[in-house]
Design a binder for this molecule. Structure first.
Ligand SMILES: *Cc1c(COP(=O)(O)O)cnc(C)c1O
Length: 401
């Protein structure tokens, strides 16, 4: 998955351009920057590549989520429906907006189950925030239909899924706004960075203003710019944007390579020898649109999944994840969230209806996550490494079945 595997002269050249001018700020300095507008160029190229009208590049994926929530008017008093399997950043962004995350079940796509959402809707529900986990899509078309019907805002956390599509339409373009992350371990990286995309000019303008202290970015004198909204600083630097620009231009190469590596691995694990183990794969609504950053498979029960995960580790198969026990990605181990009601830090403390997250019950998600193991798909695997990996994985899985 990670673009850092293939840093090269392209990144060096882009960063060099910025250092040569000394202009690290993304706005202004028109003369001194000698025509280099890295953030702006990145935004234009990403919009074009994804098929969204507007893009705003910012300092992180978490910032992108905060910007999207603020731009869509989600804040204090609102509830936002989220999946329990994500990176904690999704939840943080909702809480720091002053809103309340409400968990809803995932299905075997490992993403929000569109059929379960209805059960957690209340009069306070303002938005649905599905996460396209591990490079592939939620049933986002069904989630979108549901949101449209109910008049709910849809914001997509596509931080892990840049370049993925459902029926040819890019993830991130189904909702009012889509969010990407370019942190150091994402498909493409800026070092740190993120982006929001939208087709709505007003939402874009709100995002652009909010991410830079509310500046409206008109005219040539920053000190005389208007401040239509109160904002904060979620700006990207030109250095980070420069790295990202070189990486973005490699996206299609990366996707091709990941898809090829994933296919070899998945075909191998579909071998008749493993049939008796009842191994199954994550459901992917559109296999062709998968960005193929991970291969996820499900064992028939939790104890077997746990054993496979442990034995893969012992056999030296690196970059495998048993998310159910992971402290970052599944609600079960988010102890800080369970203590939130007694935490002084977050705005949600102000609200009388902050749920007790220690009492959240998600049996369907537990059942799925308890059985799921994922392996990262690397760009840099040699044929030999991939073959060895396959042999070891088949060995481990066969033994447990
Ligand atoms: C990485 C990630 C984020 C946050 O991105 P940062 O750039 O690290 O802030 C948000 N959501 C998901 C699903 C992620 O994987």
């Amino acid at each position: 998955m990670p673009g850092f595997e293939i840093f090269g002269d392209e990144e060096r050249k882009q960063v060099g351009d910025v250092l040569d001018t000394g202009v690290l700020f993304r706005y202004g300095f028109d003369q001194a920057r000698k025509g280099h507008w890295k953030a702006r160029t990145f935004e234009a190229e990403l919009s074009e590549r994804i098929g969204a009208k507007y893009c705003h590049l910012c300092s992180s994926g978490t910032a992108a989520l905060s910007i999207a929530l603020a731009s869509c008017g989600v804040g204090a008093g609102d509830e936002v429906i989220v999946p329990p399997f994500t990176f904690i950043a999704t939840i943080e962004a909702v809480l720091t907006a002053g809103a309340v995350p409400v968990f809803s079940e995932i299905d075997e796509t490992l993403c929000l189950d569109p059929e379960a959402i209805e059960k957690v809707i209340t009069p306070r529900t303002k938005a649905v925030l599905p996460v396209h986990m591990c490079g592939a899509m939620a049933r986002i078309d069904e989630i979108k239909d549901f949101c449209d019907k109910k008049g709910l805002i849809l914001i997509e956390d596509a931080c892990q899924a840049i370049g993925a599509t459902l029926n040819g339409k890019a993830l991130g373009t189904f909702g009012q706004m889509g969010c990407f992350s370019f942190d150091p371990v994402k498909t493409i990286t800026c070092g740190e960075g993120g982006a929001v995309i939208t087709d709505d000019k007003e939402l874009y303008t709100a995002a652009d203003n909010f991410a830079d202290h509310g500046h409206d970015h008109t005219g040539n004198d920053r000190g005389l710019e208007g401040h239509p909204v109160l904002g904060t600083n979620f700006r990207i630097s030109e250095l980070n944007a420069a790295v990202g620009l070189a990486q973005l231009r490699k996206l299609d190469f990366m996707l091709e390579k990941q898809r090829a590596n994933k296919k070899v691995l998945k075909d191998a694990l579909s071998h008749p020898d493993l049939k008796s183990t009842k191994i199954a794969f994550r459901k992917i609504p559109d296999e062709k649109g998968d960005s193929a950053t991970f291969l996820s498979f499900l064992m028939p029960d939790e104890s077997r999944a746990r054993k496979v995960a442990a034995d893969l580790g012992k056999a030296g198969v690196d970059s495998c994840f048993y998310w159910y026990d992971n402290n970052w990605h599944y609600v079960r181990n988010w102890d800080h969230l369970k203590k939130l009601k007694s935490s002084a830090m977050l705005p949600v403390k102000l609200l009388d209806y902050c749920p007790d997250y220690g009492k959240v019950k998600l049996p369907q998600s537990d059942g799925i996550m308890g059985r799921t193991i994922s392996t990262l798909i690397k760009l840099s695997w040699s044929e030999e490494e991939l073959t060895q990996r396959i042999e070891k994985m088949i060995d481990v899985i066969k033994k447990i079945g």
